[in-house]
Design a protein around this ligand. Structure first.
Ligand code: NAD
Length: 362
């Protein structure tokens, strides 16, 4: 097992990464004085497999475990589900010292984190992420949220967990599409922040796709370390954390234009990273070759790298709706791998030109 500390000033916490960690959760938990019961939030799929081993582990640490089953995916991130979980906590007489535990993907983590940070003005929160995306990204950094009909993640808090337990064994049952979606975020960390990770992925994509536990432990650890460094410098997401949005400006636009029914988040981010690499080359920020390397990496991980794209004008309009829009669209670009820069002077003409090359071979 590897322990990575997220050094948020005043509230540091550990992310434990490895195999066999859910059954060992009782030995990993920090002191939770006065805690009697852990309230575990999970959907049906994940709770069927992992609630019992987690409950046994919590029992060994002297904690009871109560399960709240919530809907899967984005359906968990509503004010109605949030309210239901709050009522359940109150009915069960959850105490201020009792932890809320998120067991599942990023959606369950976002919901349970919001519950934990607001019930009784905040109770201890533990993340047990079970998707690759949640292990490398969503469970670290302290952003919690539910959606409104008007848009995603419009209500939430910044609230850091006490501990994150990333058990790579949970990834064995993840559907392929969910796994690949997480791989797009892994590729993002590699391309923007971690040359060693990039070279490891390029050397042996086969072990990644075969979900070799040692490979998964290595790549989750490296991504967690990269995210930990970034969020500790910028807890409230108004500085260097922007780099973690590499590929996401076009990614979000594609998701929105597909009405969330087309590409998955990761698939859209993959295409977005190819676009960002091409834009970096087109501006002369990066030497030719960056886009080609990006395409080869993503293809080797089973990710899409180009078309069909929506009409460039529709994409430009969607860029303007992006929450990073501040008079101009901000893009994270690369001078080279692991050398990110943020630019906000990209013109519509440049964007249109690069969008029109998407779909062509690099
Ligand atoms: P998800 O939470 O929507 O889960 C996807 C599906 O995977 C669900 O159906 C779930 O039942 C299933 N699943 C989970 N673990 C499984 C396992 N081990 N085996 C089999 N099936 C399993 O997907 P996600 O990609 O983890 O998270 C996406 C969410 O995360 C979005 O809501 C996004 O907004 C959020 N997010 C938050 C942050 C943050 O910083 N808070 C960052 C990135 C994404």
């Amino acid at each position: 097992m590897v322990r990575v500390t997220v050094p948020i000033p005043g509230r540091p916490y550990d992310v434990c990464v490895g195999s066999g960690l859910i059954p060992a959760a009782g030995t990993l938990l920090p002191e939770l004085p006065g805690a009697v019961t852990a309230f575990v939030v999970a959907d049906r799929t994940v709770s069927a497999k992992w609630f019992e081993p987690l409950a046994n582990a919590l029992a060994s640490a002297g904690l009871g475990a109560v399960l709240f089953v919530v809907p899967s995916g984005e359906d968990a991130k509503t004010l109605q589900v949030y309210e239901t979980v709050l009522h359940q906590l109150a009915t069960q007489e959850a105490h201020r010292a009792d932890p809320v535990v998120a067991l599942g993907g990023g959606a369950v983590g976002d919901l349970a984190g919001f519950v934990a940070s607001t019930y009784m003005r905040g109770v201890p929160f533990v993340q047990v992420p079970t998707t690759l995306l949640a292990q490398v990204d969503a469970a670290i950094g302290g952003k919690t949220a539910v959606n409104l009909p008007e848009g995603k993640n419009l209500v939430g808090t910044f609230a850091q967990p006490r501990l994150v337990i990333a058990d790579v064994d949970a990834l064995a049952t993840l559907p392929d599409r969910e796994f690949r979606s997480g791989l797009a975020e892994v590729a993002k960390y590699a391309l923007t922040l971690d040359l060693e990770l990039l070279e490891a992925l390029e050397r042996d994509p086969g072990s990644v796709l075969a979900r070799d536990p040692a490979m998964l432990e290595q790549l989750v650890t490296r991504c967690v370390s990269a995210k930990a460094r970034t969020v500790s410098e910028d807890e409230r997401d108004d500085g260097v954390r922007l780099i973690l949005n590499y590929g996401h400006t076009l990614g979000h636009a594609l998701e929105r234009l597909d009405a969330f029914a087309g590409r998955s988040h990761g698939e859209a981010v993959g295409v977005g990273m190819v676009f960002a690499a091409r834009l970096s080359e087109d501006r002369g920020i990066a030497a030719p070759g960056l886009a080609g390397r990006t395409v080869r990496l993503l293809s080797s991980l089973g990710l899409e790298t180009d078309g069909p794209l929506a009409d460039p004008d529709a994409i430009l309009a969607a860029f303007r709706l992006d929450k990073k829009y501040r008079g101009g669209v901000r893009f994270v670009l690369l001078e080279d791998v692991a050398r990110p820069v943020v630019v906000d002077d990209v013109t519509d003409d440049e964007l249109r030109r690069v969008l029109e090359t998407m779909g062509a071979r690099v």
